[in-house]
Design a protein around this ligand. Structure first.
Ligand code: SF4
Length: 270
């Protein structure tokens, strides 16, 4: 079966590799994938949701690193400051952010501070933090031919934690609305985490989304996901088909809701 490598993420990313987000990007719009990962096209802007998510991610990382080191939660303002500091970096980037209509950087900052306050009250506090940003590299096997692909899948698990007798792989998300049942059932990210965990030799690992909801009243929910062997086979099958498409140079446009804040719309026409 596949091997897993646990060297630093920067080292894993040195060689040819693919990530879950790259495959999801190709599935969403192959032309956008081509601009971003094949041609290295200069983007016109950065979507604000991406920058906001990065800043929230950094704050959660700081929270769990503190919990791991001290065995208790950090003060809430320490978590909120981690968000504010990272948000300032995002806003200061020379590539401009594309804000939603009537939204400003300060409003987004206030929203982030409130969201981290909700996380602090409602978020996942495990019995023990095992790792924050755990890197992994896994060989991809074609489920039809059993051949090992020469491009490994590389990624990092947001949080690995022991809780109530099981080891949990947690994926952090920020979202404007609740995830649909389909997304919870099929998203490849937790599937890849569980696949990596099983290849690491973990017995009966579990996975969950921790979602910071940017609703009018900010909230945070942790949603366990169910995956089985068939889920992993389906993920590998989808990856194989996507990689064949990429190798064959299949990069059609897929116009839809994702075009509205696409960073490469200026190149794409229409
Ligand atoms: S504008 Fe739409 S079709 Fe064109 S690359 Fe972006 S997402 Fe794809």
């Amino acid at each position: 079966m596949s091997a897993i490598r646990t060297m630093p993420l920067a080292d894993l990313r040195q060689g040819l590799h693919v990530s879950v987000s790259q495959i999801k990007s190709w599935l969403m719009c192959p032309r956008k994938y081509q601009y971003q990962y094949v041609l290295g096209t200069e983007p016109a802007h950065r979507p604000v949701a991406l920058a906001f998510g990065t800043a929230c991610h950094r704050a959660l990382e700081a929270f769990y690193e503190y919990l791991q080191a001290h065995g208790r939660k950090p003060p809430v303002d320490q978590v909120q400051t981690a968000f504010v500091d990272r948000w300032a970096v995002e806003v200061g980037d020379p590539l401009p952010l594309l804000f939603d209509e009537d939204q400003t950087a300060d409003q987004a900052k206030d929203q982030g501070v409130a969201l981290l306050g909700a996380f602090y009250q409602q978020g996942f506090v495990p019995d023990e933090v095992i790792a924050v940003e755990q890197p992994f590299g896994i060989e991809l096997v074609d489920p039809e031919t059993a051949e090992v692909c020469d491009i490994p899948m590389v990624g990092a698990i947001d949080l690995v934690a022991r809780h109530q007798g099981r080891v949990w792989m947690i994926e952090h998300k920020t979202a404007a609305r609740r995830f649909t049942a389909d997304r919870i059932a099929w998203d490849f990210q937790p599937t890849s985490y569980l696949f990596a965990a099983r290849n690491l030799g973990l017995d009966n690992p579990a996975a969950a989304f921790q979602i910071l909801l940017k609703t009018k009243k900010p909230s945070c929910e942790t949603i366990p996901v169910n995956r089985n062997h068939e889920s992993e086979i389906e993920m590998l099958d989808t990856f194989q088909h996507a990689l064949r498409g990429i190798e064959a140079g299949a990069f059609p446009r897929n116009r839809g809701w994702g075009c509205a804040d696409c960073q490469f719309k200026h190149k794409c026409g229409g």
